[in-house]
Structures are given as structure tokens and as C-alpha cells.
Write a protein that binds this ligand. Structure first.
Ligand SMILES: [Zn+2]
Ligand SMILES: [Zn+2]
Length: 304
């Protein structure tokens, strides 16, 4: 386990340039890899919790330390590579008990190659979006402005994600006590079999990560199930109705959505699961054999 915060040498990008970090409300900070993924640092009186560790492109311990935490308890919403990239930098890592076996042998390099390979197209799309935004809308905050993709460093040194085995496993209903803040684990399979959300009941906050966000909801990968996704999103919408004031997420332009969105996604997912939604081929970016139900501010992508 590395004790020091690493300089650039071990990583593909300088952490000070790669991340955007900042408080969103008291005790809650966003650590953004703009255009890629949002991780969250959640403070309690006794300890902090880091929800997800990003892509592993730069050392996430740098923003974590800058935000005043040293060795937070890491909780992974699920085991996808864009949420476990920095796990090796931390002593204590918890994830749902159904986390997949391949975790310990590392992320499939083909997956990382495919992601890196899509970057030129994605980066161009983001640039065009942000230019338009600056012309007329000014919606994008600093957490949404992507950094240069470290193509040369990846070509030279490769990009590997090898998370160590989690030190702790979680189950539905577990409570993580941070002192004056308690987070309940809600198992929400569908996007991935091991996906969890965290609920701060007292503050009225749900961290939904890949469960819901404004954007394409990916239910076509290994371990995905549209039936499970419809059930778990319906459960969130029903159980949390009136109990949550905001929902924090992991992807696309906006890091939060209103709680009512849970019900919208649940209804859409139920229609897709029942074969009642209008489906069209998904954007080429997601590969062949994927179909999408498009609802404007979000879409649900499933295998054809
Ligand atoms: Zn995911
Ligand atoms: Zn993700």
C-alpha cells in the first residue's frame, strides 16, 4: 500500500489537472473526472467515506487529501472499471458481497482499450457541446469540462486497473456509521449485479451512481439485467418517495437529479422490461447489438 501521494510518474496524468473537486454542500464534496465519472467524498464526525475511486488515470488520493481526508473508507457502488480505478490507493475497501470474481485479476484490458479508443470521438462531441453551451446556455459547470485525454502516456505505459480484493463486503440494509452521519446500503442490481446505492436518511440524500442520471443508462453489459433494474429502480422510487431531497449520480453533465426522476426511470424500465417500449438502435459508440429506448433526457440501453 502506497503511503505517499504519488507524483505524476506512477500515473497517466497529473492529479492537480485531471480532477475537479469541490464542496457541493456541507460535508459532501464532488471529485469529478469531467466527462467521465463522479466520485464522492462524504464526511462524518468520526471518519470519511469515499464513494467510488474513478478511472485510475491520476492519483485520486490527491483531491481526497486536499479535501481534508486521509484514509477514508472506500465504498464502490459497483465493480465497473470507472468506479474502482483508484482502489489500490486505499487501505479499506468495501463493496457488495456479489462483486464479481474477475475483480482480483483486474479489469479486462480490452474494455480499457475500447474506452480509450472511443475518446477521440467522445472528446470531439464534448468540445462541440461545450462550445454551443458557451454560445447560448451556460449550463455546464467546471466539473463538466473534460481534461485532455492522456493518449500518449497510455500508448507509452499502458493503462491497467488491478483492484485488490475488497477488505469488507456489504449487504442490503447494512449501515455505515461515520459518526454524525449514517449511510444505509441499498442493493440495486440491474446495471450490475453488485450495484448499491447509499442513503443518508437524515439529510434526505441518495447516492445513486450508475442507477439513474440524465444520460444513457447502460443495461447491456455483462451482469446487467433489465428485469432486475426495473425492480430495483421501482423499489427506490416507492420506498424513498417524499424521503429524499436530492439524488447524486456518477455520469454525464449533471451530478444530481431530482428525486422524482427515480419514478420516471422506474416506469420507463418497466416498459422496456415488458417489451412495451419503442426501441431503436443505440448510438454506434455503444457497439453493435445494443438497442435504446429514448426518453429525451435519458435513455435505457439493452441488448438487442
Ligand atoms: Zn457502471
Ligand atoms: Zn459508471
Amino acid at each position: 500500500m502506497a503511503d505517499q501521494i504519488s507524483g505524476d510518474a506512477e500515473f497517466l496524468a497529473d492529479a492537480r489537472q485531471w480532477f475537479w473537486r469541490g464542496p457541493i454542500e456541507p460535508g459532501i464534496a464532488l471529485i469529478a473526472e469531467p466527462g467521465h465519472v463522479f466520485s464522492w467524498l462524504i464526511a462524518g464526525a468520526e471518519r470519511s467515506l469515499l464513494l467510488d475511486t474513478g478511472l485510475g488515470i491520476a492519483d485520486i488520493r490527491e483531491p481526497v487529501a486536499a479535501l481534508g481526508a486521509d484514509q477514508p473508507l472506500v465504498v464502490n457502488s459497483h465493480a465497473h472499471f470507472d468506479h474502482v480505478g483508484g482502489n489500490a490507493r486505499f487501505d479499506e475497501v468495501a463493496m457488495h458481497e456479489s462483486a464479481p470474481d474477475w475483480l482480483q485479476s483486474g479489469t479486462d484490458p480490452e474494455l480499457l482499450d475500447a474506452y480509450a479508443g472511443a475518446m477521440p470521438e467522445l472528446s470531439a462531441a464534448w468540445r462541440a457541446l461545450l462550445e454551443l453551451d458557451r454560445e447560448c446556455a451556460f449550463l455546464a459547470g467546471p466539473e463538466a469540462v473534460p481534461r485532455p485525454w492522456p493518449q500518449a502516456a497510455i500508448a507509452e505505459r499502458g493503462w491497467l486497473i488491478e483492484p485488490p480484493a475488497p477488505t469488507r463486503t456489504l449487504r442490503d440494509g447494512d449501515v455505515l456509521d461515520l459518526g454524525d452521519r449514517r449511510l444505509r446500503v441499498i442493493h440495486t442490481p440491474g446495471h450490475a449485479a453488485e450495484h448499491i446505492c447509499l442513503l443518508d436518511e437524515r439529510a434526505g440524500i441518495l447516492w445513486a451512481q450508475d442507477q439513474v442520471y440524465y444520460g444513457p443508462l447502460l443495461i447491456f453489459e455483462r451482469g446487467s439485467s433489465i428485469q432486475a433494474f426495473a425492480c430495483s429502480t421501482r423499489r427506490l422510487a416507492d420506498e424513498l418517495a417524499g424521503a429524499v431531497r436530492t439524488v447524486y449520480t456518477a455520469h454525464c453533465l449533471r451530478y444530481s437529479v431530482p428525486p422524482q426522476f427515480l419514478g420516471e426511470v422506474a416506469a420507463a424500465a418497466e416498459a422496456v422490461a415488458a417489451g412495451e417500449a419503442e426501441m431503436a438502435p443505440a448510438p454506434a459508440l455503444f457497439g453493435p447489438g445494443v438497442r435504446a429506448a429514448d426518453y429525451g433526457h435519458f435513455s435505457i440501453l439493452v441488448p438487442a
